[in-house]
Design a protein around this ligand. Structure first.
Ligand SMILES: CC(C)(COP(=O)(O)OP(=O)(O)OC[C@H]1O[C@@H](n2cnc3c(N)ncnc32)[C@H](O)[C@@H]1OP(=O)(O)O)[C@@H](O)C(=O)NCCC(=O)NCCS
Length: 176
């Protein structure tokens, strides 16, 4: 077998079966630029949900998660999501802009992004996390503890439904 410094040559070019996934909080600069690039590729180019506008008025106060995966020894940004704390009257948190690049889907990237945002919401004491799910992704969110609420509605022809996830640690604190 061809070897380079003791490493089988194939290990350097073949993607790892289980890529390492790391989620960070993105800040203004290169990491936030990477967040916007993922949004652009998914919500603008792929889905046509936005007309090239991949920012909104809440970005300045959001917690932005950026997921990297490392398949070949080089970490690449592949997913994102945003959390707004104190979005509702009762301190509810709101998640939006959740996306994984098509080539990185079904490897656990979205789950790690959501866990990062849920942990952040729970640590801040938010009683509930809400999001407007595209209904094709409802099962993804259900697996993370979200439940659907209300009727489905259309945004640009894409069906959505509100989903919520209670912070049980918060509920226990309130009742205890
Ligand atoms: C929805 C999305 C973020 C999921 O990201 P992902 O990185 O593929 O998700 P994961 O690999 O972490 O999946 C976690 C679990 O959810 C499941 N899952 C993921 N996408 C799913 C889908 N569309 N339908 C049903 N189940 C899904 C996975 O199979 C996995 O299940 P498991 O824990 O039993 O193995 C991704 O498909 C995406 O970016 N879609 C386009 C943008 C979009 O629609 N965003 C949501 C806006 S509300």
């Amino acid at each position: 077998m061809n070897r380079l410094n003791g490493i089988p040559a194939t290990a350097l070019i073949e993607p790892a079966a289980h890529p390492t996934i790391t989620v960070i909080r993105a800040r203004p600069g290169p990491s936030l630029d990477a967040v916007l690039e993922v949004r652009r590729r998914v919500f603008s180019d792929e889905q046509g949900m936005v007309d090239g506008r991949v920012t909104d008025q809440d970005d300045g106060r959001g917690v932005h998660a950026l997921a990297y995966w490392d398949q070949t020894g080089r970490a690449e940004p592949v997913g994102t999501g945003r959390l707004i704390l104190g979005a509702g009257d009762r301190g509810e948190a709101l998640v939006s802009w959740v996306a994984t690049l098509p080539e990185a889907r079904r490897h656990g990237v979205g789950r790690e992004i959501m866990r990062f945002l849920i942990d952040c919401a729970e640590a801040s004491g938010a009683p509930l996390v809400a999001l407007a799910a595209q209904t094709h992704a409802e099962l993804f969110y259900r697996k993370l503890g979200f439940v659907g609420t209300g009727r489905a509605y259309l945004v640009r022809g894409v069906e959505h439904r509100w989903m919520v996830r209670r912070n049980y640690r918060h509920s226990l604190r309130q009742s205890g």
